[in-house]
Design a protein around this ligand. Structure first.
Ligand SMILES: N[C@@H](CCC(=O)N[C@@H](CS)C(=O)NCC(=O)O)C(=O)O
Length: 292
């Protein structure tokens, strides 16, 4: 009986698993640029930016770890080459692809889907009802995210629980209600993670951790779909790896709202557990506005 030839290493190449990827160091003003516009596709990121996270999750979900190189930029000490040659507005995420620079996280999700292989981020013509809902949710995402930031500021200004809840609850209820639209799965469009989950989750999870830390308030309480959604998202490698050390994400958000005491607590827990984490945290503590 004929047997199949053993796969040749040069033809069968496994994509690096997202969780096995060695993440690059953060580049500041003293850094050398990569060989810009040499045909390599690069995603310029920061490790604490929710807008970046949207695109980073998408890149991993599509299995593009070996096709799109990550380049981490220090937003507090941006390299001159990044501002002069890559993206003068100085924002991230941006993608360097085929000699062009593409910016804006929402545009990048569509761009990745249209220009790269891998599982689809949007249902498109395959499922017009789901695509229409995706468009609606993405159009509403800014108002939900704005409510989260408003609730964070209300907390920082010492407003009472009722005031905070009035701002926060409708935004969270909207997400809970949206999760009920398609009953075939735990994600916003049903069975599988899509671009819409990538748009919302980096913000929902940040504020989940924030309100748990500052108010012992669990945003998933009485919102079972939200709870399940977060649990299921975190089972996905492509998603989970983009969080890194969550204490650092939390510290960055707290710093934005000036929550000094809890920062001190976080600082000491990182100090006792992880020296390199401490170095990163020191860096992040200098950040005035890590989240736009
Ligand atoms: N609308 C942009 C927002 C991106 C954004 O605000 N990124 C922040 C980091 S989270 C940034 O690059 N800020 C520039 C700076 O800090 O100088 C998007 O969706 O991509």
């Amino acid at each position: 009986m004929a047997t199949a030839a053993a796969p040749d290493d040069s033809t069968v190449r496994e994509t690096t698993k997202a969780s096995e990827e060695v993440l690059p160091p953060t580049l500041g003003s003293g850094s050398q640029p990569p060989n810009l516009f040499d045909g390599t596709t690069r995603l310029y990121i920061s490790y604490i930016c929710p807008y970046v996270q949207r695109v980073w999750i998408a890149r991993n979900f599509k299995g593009l770890q070996d096709k799109i190189q990550l380049v981490a930029i220090d937003l507090q000490d941006k390299p001159a080459w990044f501002l002069e040659k890559v993206y003068p507005p100085g924002k991230i995420p941006v993608l360097e692809h085929n000699g062009n620079i593409i910016a804006e996280s929402l545009d990048l999700l569509s761009y990745l889907d249209a220009n790269f292989e891998g599982p689809k981020l949007f249902p498109g013509d395959q499922d017009p009802a789901k695509q229409a809902f995706a468009d609606e949710l993405i159009a509403n995402s800014d108002s939900v995210i704005t409510a989260f930031f408003k609730a964070g500021r209300a907390y920082a200004q010492g407003q009472g629980d009722d005031d905070i809840s009035k701002i926060l609850a409708p935004a969270l209820d909207k997400v809970e209600e949206s999760l009920g639209r398609f009953s075939d799965g735990p994600f916003l469009l049903g069975q599988s993670m899509s671009a819409v989950d990538m748009v919302y989750a980096p913000f929902v999870e940040r504020f989940k951790d924030f309100f748990a830390a500052v108010k012992h308030y669990d945003i998933t309480q009485a919102r079972p779909k939200l709870k399940e959604w977060i649990e299921e998202l975190n089972k996905i490698d492509a998603y989970a790896v983009t969080w890194g050390d969550r204490r650092l994400q939390l510290a960055a958000l707290m710093n934005k709202f000036g929550v000094i005491l809890v920062l001190f607590y976080l600082y000491s827990t990182v100090l006792s557990s992880n020296r390199s984490g401490l170095t990163h945290l020191n860096l992040y503590l200098q950040i005035q506005s890590p989240v736009a």
